[in-house]
Ligand binder design. Structure first.
Ligand code: ADP
Length: 454
């Protein structure tokens, strides 16, 4: 891919003045890029080895609060440092920013230089390694859906989030005429990301006013999560450059369809698709059936990682293409898990539960863990569901609230074994905190409903 740089490439571009800034980034619990903007000369001479950050970056929320209850970081322990260790295999251009390259970092303990277990990249790497020990590689693709608005982030914020005008006036699903009108934002998104080494497949209009989808070619799980994170970041920055806003909030208006991030998954062995068996009527290997059985059976345990905020659960509503049931089906968009590419080497499972607010490292890691459990225990896959799954009363429900998902996470023996108790406790605390913050606040809905009439 163009745009991916070796360390030597970077040094040459710095020496000839093409690059003057290196964004040195970690991925936080929310899936955001956080870090520092290095002068490129300092980076190539010194800071490529390591830099530092406050350890609250992996124990905060969207508002950068300092919640109590995390074992890893606290006022008590003085909020010390982590080491940010640049992964020099992830250096790339950021063509939408002048003279700028970026690198992703792994997070290490300040003293021992051991990986920090609750860092999203560490969590995914651990599951990828487990899978490699079984002899398989995971190929994943995460779709990015979001809404574009006429106004900028600042204008929307200044209006108290009341003046929010989607960029189109009608449902633009697959709409070429409407998406032509949005090329001022979407074309630079596709082209700059491609030039940054992200294998963009396409963008398309989605099934709401102002809703977009961006598709990236499937890749190794860790690359896929890196691609997703950088692409989401670029969408916001490029929208901002064009005076527009883009939101990945899964449900910004309860009368409209929400935004998801479907995750396509397949396992490979020696470069060949291990989910494919041509003798099966759907082309599914036994390995795929075991993987899917684990994926489905443990989905309540890991739903939190697919829906990490109070708002995420507003998306799960009937008749909106967002699933409500944890079952599988063949090419049927009403179920939580959809078999795609049946009968072909591209056979794969798409999990449709995740919202556009997922942290892709965490979402992929827990799904791989569930699939591995299915393989290890040779779990049996139930027959596919058919018809309108929304109305199937026998099909298991996806946890319907953050509270329910938090309790499933806290009690999950499977996740405690796969991720470690410390990791499950850390993210359970994040989930609790999110709910506590919501419970504390008086919402617009309560005021409008009760101010006069209560
Ligand atoms: P949809 O109709 O859901 O948009 P697409 O055919 O566009 O489906 O594919 C969606 C995603 O699936 C793309 O990002 C593509 O790269 C990915 N994909 C294709 N084959 C595989 C595979 N074998 N494993 C994982 N992902 C795959």
């Amino acid at each position: 891919m163009p745009g991916i740089l070796s360390f030597d490439d970077l040094k040459s571009l710095v020496a000839n003045g093409t690059i003057d800034t290196v964004l040195t980034c970690l991925v936080d619990m929310q899936g955001r890029l956080m870090g520092k903007r290095f002068h490129a000369v300092n980076f190539v001479e010194n800071s490529y080895k390591e830099t530092h950050c406050c350890n609250y970056l992996l124990a905060t929320d969207l508002e950068m609060a300092t919640p109590e209850g995390y074992a890893s970081s606290s006022w008590q322990s003085g909020y010390g440092d982590y080491v940010m260790k640049p992964d020099l295999g992830t250096i790339r251009l950021m063509p939408w920013l002048e003279g700028t390259a970026m690198v992703l970092c792994d997070i290490l303990d300040h003293h021992t230089h051991e990986p920090i277990s609750h860092s999203p990249r560490t969590i995914l790497k651990k599951q990828v390694t487990r899978l490699k020990t079984l002899g398989f590689d995971a190929m994943m693709a995460t779709e990015l859906e979001f809404f574009l608005f006429e106004q900028s982030f600042d204008d929307i914020r200044k209006s108290g989030f009341r003046e929010m005008r989607p960029i189109s006036g009608y449902n633009e699903d697959y709409h070429i005429l409407q998406t032509t009108k949005e090329e001022g934002v979407m074309r630079p998104i596709r082209n700059h990301l491609f030039a940054a080494g992200i294998p963009i497949e396409n963008s398309k209009g989605e099934a709401e006013t102002g809703q977009e989808e961006l598709n990236i070619r499937y890749a190794d799980a860790l690359d896929c999560a890196d691609h997703h994170t950088i692409a989401k970041h670029a969408v916001k920055e490029i929208a901002w450059q064009q005076g527009r806003a883009a939101t990945f909030l899964p449900k910004w208006d309860h009368t409209k369809v929400g935004s998801s991030s479907h995750v396509h998954q397949s396992l490979w062995q020696g470069g060949e698709p291990a989910f494919y068996d041509k003798s099966d009527n759907l082309g599914m290997s036994d390995l795929m059936r075991h993987y899917m059985a684990g994926l489905i059976a443990y989905s309540p345990d890991y739903t939190y990682f697919l829906a990490p905020y109070v708002n995420s659960y507003k998306r799960f509503s009937k008749g909106t293409f967002a699933p409500t049931k944890s079952v599988w089906s063949v090419d049927n968009r009403t179920a939580g898990f959809r078999l795609c590419g049946d009968g072909t080497k591209g056979v794969r499972v798409e999990c449709r539960i995740g919202g556009s607010d997922i942290n892709p490292y965490l979402a992929q890691a827990v799904m791989l863990a569930a699939g591995i459990k299915g393989i290890e225990d040779k779990m049996k896959l139930a027959p596919a569901t058919t018809g309108d799954v929304y109305e199937d009363s026998k099909a298991a429900d996806i946890p319907q609230t953050l509270r329910m998902a938090t309790e499933k996470l806290r009690a999950s023996e499977f996740l405690r074994t796969a991720l470690g108790d410390d990791v499950v406790d850390h993210y359970t605390r994040a989930a609790e905190w999110e709910q506590e913050e919501f419970d504390r606040v008086v919402t617009d809905w309560e005021i409008a409903r009760g101010f006069e009439r209560a």
